[in-house]
Design a protein around this ligand. Structure first.
Ligand SMILES: *Cc1c(COP(=O)(O)O)cnc(C)c1O
Length: 401
């Protein structure tokens, strides 16, 4: 999601700020929004050994590491198959192609997401149909999705945004009623659960991203599609190698979208740590909740809500308030990192203007774009940093001590 990991370069060593957590820093963040170096340091030897193993083998395309990683993710998510590919965006694209979706088809999805969710639909020549979100979860409203079904609809793409599962049961029901594919965009939600079941395992496809800022991030781009249908898995495997089943013979056209072997080797190391990182993200979220309460901020801000049947993996910790822009600027001046996901819903983006949506048409998504603010929640985040951030917010609202 945040395609902004370079922001880390701005970081100041933590020891320079821990003593003076609310010293204004002229807008320079006192600690990073995401600290990938802190994640890397304790697993450096494991990563280097995995990379060396692949380099020594010189098996650089697909091969045993990709296959092993696919099997490990299939087990982790609970699907029959998993097919690695070059990115989360390509995972969506390959899923749409494997489902045979193209020109003349409609695909229902949410406008409050990363561009690739709907961009992939447009890329295969189909038409994205946006329906509004539920304001409490930021995820697609299943009732509105059901009402948007037309005789051209071929699929629904629910996004498990910020690490929280979309309300899948009614979506799966609609899909069954109208014979639609469900392509779960689980790019931000590996390990998240709905009714105790992993996201990416109940739809026709689950699409995952290993972009470095995701909960399971590679050393660059990577993606994967899960499915329980062996025929679809086979189609995905053919599509990612130009549509060829037999080398240099093509029954259909695909693309070049494989998961790099080096990425698979890195991801195998990291997958073994994912549950522990998820717990740390959840603990950080709980700590924010307690700190916001301690600082008398509950009535000023809306904290993320987790429906009882969901296991939230907090790719992002997103709060809401009506004075979001002023708060973000104040935090920036205080040297406190925050980010906006997403400042403009997709139905109002110039790239989708041809679809003809107007401002005001999807009010919950539009309000979310004006009000959301993501705070750092990465596993290695320190309590001191969270306290400094919450204190800065308390200062903004005048509830501070
Ligand atoms: C990150 C992301 C993608 C795309 O993944 P890439 O690996 O960056 O191509 C798609 N959908 C959502 C919701 C994402 O957050």
């Amino acid at each position: 999601m945040s395609h902004s990991t370079t922001r880390q370069n701005d970081r100041v060593p933590a020891n320079e700020i821990l003593g003076t957590p609310h010293a204004p820093s002229n807008g320079k963040p006192s600690f990073p929004f995401l600290d990938l170096k802190a994640q890397y340091a304790p697993i450096k030897d494991e990563i280097m050994a995995a990379l060396a193993r692949v380099m020594e083998s010189q098996q650089l395309i697909l091969g045993p590491d990709v296959q092993a990683f696919e099997e490990e993710v299939a087990t982790y998510v609970g699907t029959r198959s998993a097919v690695g590919c070059a990115s989360g965006s390509d995972a969506l694209l390959l899923a749409l192609l494997a489902a045979g979706i193209g020109p003349g088809d409609e695909v229902i999805t949410t406008p409050f997401t990363f561009v690739a969710t709907a961009g992939s639909v447009a890329r295969v020549g189909a038409k994205p149909v946006f329906v509004d979100i539920q304001p409490e979860t930021f995820n697609i409203d299943p009732g509105l999705a059901a009402r948007a079904v037309s005789n051209r609809t071929r699929a629904i793409i629910p996004v498990h945004l910020f690490g929280l599962a979309a309300d899948l049961d009614p979506i799966l029901k609609t899909a069954e009623d109208y014979k639609l594919a469900v392509i779960e965009d689980a790019a931000q939600a590996i390990g998240a659960r709905y009714n105790g079941i992993s996201v990416g395992s109940q739809g026709t496809f689950g699409c995952f991203s290993f972009f470095p800022s995701k909960n399971l991030g590679g050393a660059g781009d990577g993606g994967l599609v899960t499915t329980n249908d062996p025929l679809l898995a086979e189609r995905l495997r053919i599509l990612r190698v130009h549509g060829s089943q037999r080398k240099y013979y093509y029954e259909s056209l695909g693309t070049n979208s494989r998961l790099d072997t080096l990425q698979a080797a890195v991801l195998r190391v990291k997958l073994a740590h994912l549950d522990e990182w998820t717990r740390a993200r959840q603990q950080n979220s709980e700590r924010y909740r307690a700190l916001f309460t301690e600082h008398g901020l509950e009535s000023y801000l809306k904290l993320p809500s987790t429906p009882a049947n969901c296991f939230h993996v907090f790719n992002q910790f997103v709060i809401r308030c009506s004075e979001r822009d002023r708060l973000k600027e104040f935090l920036r001046q205080q040297g406190m990192p925050s980010e906006i996901y997403y400042p403009m819903p997709l139905h109002l983006q110039p790239a989708f203007a041809y679809l003809g949506y107007q401002a005001g048409q999807l009010p919950h998504a539009e309000a979310a774009s004006r009000e959301v603010l993501a705070l750092p929640v990465y596993p290695e985040l320190k309590r001191e940093h969270q306290l400094a951030l919450v204190r800065a917010i308390a200062k903004f609202y005048g509830t501070g001590n």
